[in-house]
Design a protein around this ligand. Structure first.
Ligand code: SF4
Ligand code: SF4
Ligand code: FES
Length: 230
């Protein structure tokens, strides 16, 4: 099996190049394992990974033009020669490793935690099973970045458009019956960029390895804004 990987060390290379490796394919082999074999052939090759189980979110990359997690991607399901590149639109640190600072800044900007105005109860803030169900499809985000780095609006405005991951998380807290900062959260999303730069192209939905739907969450935020404004 042939795999072409993106190589670029900004300190030493003038420009990026693709390098092709021959890897012996095994039944059930995941792309992460194939990349580890490349690393055995050339230890200077760099990529992030950790859990190997689709949980930590660290091995997101662009494979044959789509963002995905290497550890849950079967090489047998990929068209060969497999082309592996870093996430688009992010500065390359080295090979497949990109700088995700902007992505984390946008996540931080939506205050991804419960905000309470009333004093906290002694033990816990109760929630009905129905209200808890509203968080399904939202809390499972592993922050891999596959969605935001597939979003054209995020490529062009990473400093101003929050991007699908952060907006999904914004809705996760707006939808939470225990949170008490609805007005403030919505006020912070006003304006032409933070939320409204989404043009509903749905790249984010197609690239989410957890099957989440940031486009739907963005639509729900817009509906709530409308409801609150009348
Ligand atoms: S639907 Fe919105 S957030 Fe998702 S990729 Fe398209 S522009 Fe980006
Ligand atoms: S919404 Fe999906 S693609 Fe986006 S960061 Fe979360 S898990 Fe990854
Ligand atoms: S290595 Fe953790 S999600 Fe792939």
């Amino acid at each position: 099996m042939k795999i072409s990987v993106y190589r670029f060390h900004p300190e030493t290379d003038k420009k990026p190049r693709m390098q092709t490796f021959d890897i012996e394919e095994r039944p059930g082999m995941m792309l992460r394992e194939a990349l580890l074999e490349i690393k055995e052939q050339d230890e200077t090759f760099a990529f992030r990974h950790s859990c190997g189980e689709g949980v930590c979110g660290s091995d997101g990359m662009n494979v044959n033009g789509r963002n995905m997690l290497a550890c849950v991607t079967l090489v047998s399901e990929l068209k060969q020669p497999i082309q592996v590149r870093p996430f688009p639109g992010r500065p390359v640190v080295r090979d497949l490793v990109v700088d995700m600072s902007q992505f984390y800044e946008q996540y931080k900007a939506v205050k991804p935690y419960l905000v309470r105005k009333e004093p906290l109860p002694e033990q816990e803030i109760l929630q009905t099973p129905e209200d808890r169900d509203k968080l399904d499809g939202l809390y499972e985000c592993i922050m891999c970045g596959c969605c935001s780095t597939a979003c054209p609006s995020f490529w062009w405005n990473p400093e101003r458009f929050h991007g699908p991951q952060a907006l999904l998380q914004s809705w996760r807290f707006l939808a939470d019956s225990r949170d008490q900062a609805t007005e403030e959260r919505l006020d912070e999303l006003e304006g032409p960029y933070q939320l409204f730069r989404c043009h509903t192209i749905m790249n984010c939905v197609e690239s989410c390895p957890k099957g989440l739907n940031p486009t739907k969450a963005i639509g729900q935020i817009k509906e709530l804004m409308l409801e609150k404004s009348v």
